[in-house]
Design a protein around this ligand. Structure first.
Ligand code: TMP
Length: 216
């Protein structure tokens, strides 16, 4: 039996790392064999591409070059790590996946959705995550949290308006794919956030399709 594919998404500072740890512990407690990974990254080559993408540089990075690097990393990661793990019955938990490309390169950078969709079809065919947990938070709060982490990377140093567009991009993805997404309000106290995440994971284990997340 194929494993299930879970992704975690959100703008900087929403608490992805803390909640990834919670998800990993939840799966361990439920004796589910899983691989934890991230994008961009997840293989040695894809991690090198991640470094290229996140490094601050004097040269302006062309948005199409950025997009192609992201999908180059994704092709390697998808074919070397995600697909074999799922085929072997293991679950995969990825810190970001293609929804981030629609949000950051599509809504954020303004690249056409159709171009992203073509690359998505080329790289991952019809495969989509089984569940995407989207942590939603107002951008001002998120950026204030992220700025406490030290040196900002190339994405983190973008202006606030960029992240407003990214958040909007995520919300459009949610609206277009309500059965796949669970929206978690990251402004709630952590124990409430994690109660909601656990409930969604339990539904996945029970084979219940996630219902629209407007209640979350
Ligand atoms: P993170 O450690 O915050 O996830 O850093 C990864 C950065 O890469 C983050 O700023 C979002 C960005 N990114 C994209 O722009 N497009 C993508 O498709 C992915 C996966 C990440």
């Amino acid at each position: 039996m194929s494993g299930l594919f879970i992704t975690l998404e959100g703008v900087e500072g929403v608490g992805k790392s803390t909640n990834l740890l919670f998800i990993a512990q939840w799966l361990q407690r439920h004796r589910i064999d899983f691989v934890q990974t991230r994008e961009p990254g997840g293989t040695p080559l894809a991690e090198e591409i991640r470094e290229l993408l996140l490094a601050r540089r004097n040269e302006a990075v062309d948005p199409t070059a950025e997009l192609l690097l992201i999908f180059a990393a994704r092709a390697q990661h998808f074919n070397q790590v995600i697909t074999p793990a799922l085929a072997g019955g293991r679950w995969v938990v990825s810190d970001r996946f293609t929804d981030a490309t629609y949000a950051y390169q599509g809504a954020g950078r303004g690249l056409p959705v159709a171009v992203i969709a073509d690359l998505e079809a080329m790289v991952q065919h019809q495969r989509q995550p089984d569940l995407t947990l989207y942590l939603d938070l107002d951008v001002t709060t998120g950026l204030a949290r992220a700025s406490q982490r030290g040196q900002l990377d190339r994405f983190e140093q973008e202006e606030k308006l960029f992240f407003e567009r990214v958040r909007q991009g995520y919300l459009e993805r949610v609206a277009a794919n309500p059965q796949r997404f669970a929206v978690i309000n990251a402004a709630h106290p952590l124990d409430e956030v994690q109660r909601q995440i656990a409930a969604r994971l339990q539904q996945l284990v029970d084979g219940i399709p996630p219902k629209n997340s407007a209640d979350s």
